[in-house]
Design a protein around this ligand. Structure first.
Ligand code: NAP
Length: 315
């Protein structure tokens, strides 16, 4: 089966949209890339970066005659985007997205879906804390999973064609039910982000209240939380507004387990703490062997030698 699409329309051209544009172009997966976004300055930036072949502030114009449309805006914008594009979607086109939640997406898009358009929601499990058209790079999806959540009514040939598109950009593809996706992502991504936002907020308040030096001494575990907590505020606001059930379920389990650890610390239960930390170390090793993380120390950060002090012997 040919992976090639005649016209790809990307609605939203931030980190994920621009990475798709660059990867699809590099792999020769599309003849034409139409780009649409909300702000004229973002569109101008995308054009200056030569991410597409045509540029418009009108999403309906971008999707006209497109055989693949991918929504790459924050999930909260989907309803208004769909209202604008629905009458212009071509029969037979695949409508997909990259949003980090999936049940809500189906709820918003399905009722407005014109007959003959194949809705295949998607979520590339790949990203960075950077945003905007200049943040993208074509290798973003290499070796990363992309989850697709087509309903039972979707043509299997369309699912296979979209899967082949993602595989050609380097992803491994798995199909699953939208509700299952939301539950899994709640614990692997959404709750970890909530914890990072919370701990960085707590530290910032502490620093302000006590004039202490927490930021100065942040090169320990805290620094790694700050990377996650620097993620786009609008995107993450929308994730927590639209995956409330999944997040609350997993947050409940997390808090129960935290209470167990709290008790172990309070009672000085060394064996319980050590057993827990041994189990979690093994989990990190299995993520590394699955190729989803680097084994390099300190997340692969370059470590430069400190400048030689005056009078030091040169090696
Ligand atoms: P981003 O870099 O902030 O880009 C978002 C894009 O959407 C921008 O081009 C923005 O353009 C546009 N946009 C925002 N509101 C809009 C609206 N109301 N109408 C039309 N365009 C609008 O975000 P991103 O990281 O690429 O994330 C995009 C989607 O990917 C989100 O749904 C997110 O859940 C999902 N995702 C993100 C990651 C990640 O790590 N970042 C990973 C996987 C999936 P303007 O400047 O014109 O507003």
């Amino acid at each position: 089966m040919s992976v090639k699409f005649k016209k790809l329309a990307l609605i939203g051209i931030g980190l994920i949209g621009s990475s798709i544009a660059l990867a699809a172009r590099r792999q020769g997966l599309v003849d034409h890339i139409a780009i649409s976004t909300r702000k004229p300055e973002t569109l101008a930036e995308a054009e200056a970066l030569q991410l597409g072949d045509s540029y418009t502030l009108d999403p309906a114009e971008a999707v006209r005659d497109a055989d693949l449309v991918i929504l790459c805006t924050p999930v909260g914008a989907y309803k208004s985007v769909m209202e604008a594009i629905a009458p212009s979607l071509a029969p037979g086109a695949i409508l997909s997205d990259v949003g980090s939640v999936k049940e809500h997406v189906v709820k918003v898009l399905q009722p407005l879906l014109p007959e003959g358009v194949q809705l295949i929601p998607g979520h590339p499990i790949a990203g960075t804390e950077h945003s905007g058209p200049s943040a993208g790079f074509p290798e973003l999806f290499a070796g990363r999973w992309c989850v697709l959540t087509p309903g039972p009514e979707v043509d299997p040939a369309a699912v296979e064609k979209l899967s082949a598109f993602w595989r050609a950009m380097g992803s491994q593809v798995e199909c699953m039910d939208a509700a299952h996706h939301d539950m899994v992502l709640a614990i692997t991504s959404h709750v970890p982000h909530l914890i990072a936002y919370n701990i960085v907020g707590t530290v910032a308040d502490l620093e302000a209240d006590t004039k202490s030096e927490v930021i100065k001494f942040s090169a320990s575990g805290f620094r790694d939380f700050t990377r996650i907590a620097a993620s786009d505020p609008v995107m993450w606001r929308d994730v927590f507004l639209t995956n409330r059930d999944g997040v609350l379920e997993m947050l409940g389990r997390f808090l129960e387990d935290l209470a167990v650890l709290q008790r172990a610390v309070r009672t000085g239960d060394g064996p319980a703490l050590e057993a827990m930390f041994t189990r979690t170390r093994a989990i990190r090793r299995s993520i590394i062997s699955a190729g989803q993380e680097t084994a390099a120390p300190d997340f692969g950060r370059p470590h430069e030698a400190p400048p030689a002090a005056e009078g030091d012997e040169k090696a």
